[in-house]
Design a protein around this ligand. Structure first.
Ligand SMILES: Nc1ncnc2c1ncn2[C@@H]1O[C@H](COP(=O)(O)OP(=O)(O)O)[C@@H](O)[C@H]1O
Ligand SMILES: [Mg+2]
Length: 269
C-alpha cells in the first residue's frame, strides 16, 4: 500500500460507470468505464459537446457526478467533501485553454498559486512563501524553459509562454495527475507543438499521469500514447495513438476529418 492507502498497482484514475447529468437534464457523460494506468499520457478527442471537458472535470469534482464514481489515486471523488475534496484537488493539476493567469502578478507569483492548497492563507497574503515553495516554483518554471521570466508580469508574456506558466503552476502542485483541457486551442501550430512537447517531457520525466483534451487529430496522433474517442458522453474508441487511422477518426466524429480537424492541413493523417 502507498502512503495514500491505495494499492500500488491500482490505476491512477478509474472511471466506474461514471455519469454526469447536468441540472438542465443534459447528459455530459453516460456510464463511462475507463482505467488510466499511472504515468500514461492519454489524449481525449471528440466533437464539440462530446463530453471531453466533463470527463476531465469529473476527475477533480468540478462537475457533480450523478451516477457511478471516479476513483483518483484510490480516492472516491463522489465520496470526497470539504477537506477531503480540497486534498484531492491539490493532487490534480489543471491546465486551461485560456491559461487563467493573473496578468498583473509576476510569473513566479502565478506559479506559487499552485501551492495555495498547501500553504496557510495568512502566509500567502503576507507574501511569506516558504523557501521550499519558491524553490519548487522556480524548478517548475525551469521545466518549461521560463525560469528567466520569473519576475516579469504574466500579462507581458506571449500566449505560448502564458500556457507554459499554466503548466508550471500545475507542476508546482506536485500533482499525481495533470488534466489539460484543450491547452493549445488558442495557439499557432509551432507554439502548440512547444506546449505539447512540454507536457510530453514532463509526463515522461516525472511519470505524472496526464489527460489532454485535443481537437486536432494530427496532434493527438503525434503525442498520445493512447487515444480515447468520445461521442455523446460515451467512449467510442480506445486505442494506441500511433495506430489510429482516418477511418477510426471518422467513427469517433461521425464524419470524415476536415481541414478544421488538423493543426496543419498539409499534414496527411
Ligand atoms: N454547465 C453545463 N450545464 C449544462 N450542460 C452542459 C454544461 N457543461 C456542458 N454541458 C453539456 O454537456 C455536453 C458535454 O459538454 P462538454 O463536456 O463541454 O463537451 P466538450 O468539452 O467535448 O465540448 C454538451 O451537450 C454540453 O452542452
Ligand atoms: Mg470542452
Amino acid at each position: 500500500m502507498t502512503a495514500e492507502g491505495s494499492p500500488a498497482g491500482s490505476p491512477a484514475i478509474r472511471f466506474d460507470g461514471t455519469s454526469v447529468v447536468y441540472p438542465n437534464g443534459v447528459k455530459g457523460l453516460d456510464a463511462v468505464d475507463l482505467e488510466v494506468p499511472r504515468g500514461e499520457l492519454v489524449v481525449v478527442v471528440g466533437l464539440s459537446g462530446a463530453g471531453k471537458s466533463t470527463l476531465l472535470r469529473a476527475v477533480n469534482g468540478l462537475v457533480r457526478i450523478t451516477g457511478g464514481d471516479v476513483v483518483v489515486d484510490g480516492r472516491s471523488v463522489r465520496a470526497s467533501h470539504g477537506a477531503g475534496l480540497r486534498d484531492l484537488r491539490a493532487s490534480v493539476g489543471m491546465i486551461f485553454q485560456d491559461y487563467r493567469l493573473v496578468r498583473r502578478l509576476s510569473v513566479l507569483q502565478n506559479v506559487l498559486v499552485g501551492r495555495v492548497a498547501r500553504v496557510p492563507t495568512w502566509r500567502q497574503l503576507a507574501g511569506l512563501w516558504p523557501k521550499e515553495d519558491v524553490a519548487l516554483a522556480l524548478d517548475s518554471l525551469d521545466r518549461v524553459g521560463l525560469a528567466d521570466r520569473a519576475y516579469v508580469k504574466a500579462g507581458q508574456l506571449s500566449g505560448g509562454q502564458q500556457q507554459r506558466v499554466g503548466i508550471a503552476r500545475a507542476l508546482a502542485q506536485k500533482p499525481a495527475v495533470i488534466l489539460a483541457d484543450e491547452p493549445v486551442a488558442s495557439l499557432d501550430p509551432v507554439t502548440s507543438r512547444q506546449v505539447m512537447d512540454d507536457l510530453q517531457r514532463i509526463n515522461r520525466d516525472l511519470g505524472i499521469t496526464t489527460l489532454v483534451n485535443l481537437h486536432f487529430l494530427d496532434l493527438a496522433k503525434e503525442y498520445a500514447e493512447r487515444i480515447i474517442g468520445l461521442s455523446q458522453g460515451r467512449v467510442v474508441f480506445d486505442g494506441a495513438g500511433a495506430g489510429v487511422t482516418a477511418d477510426d477518426f471518422a467513427e469517433i466524429y461521425g464524419r470524415h476529418p476536415t481541414a478544421e480537424d488538423v493543426l496543419e492541413a498539409q499534414v496527411a493523417l
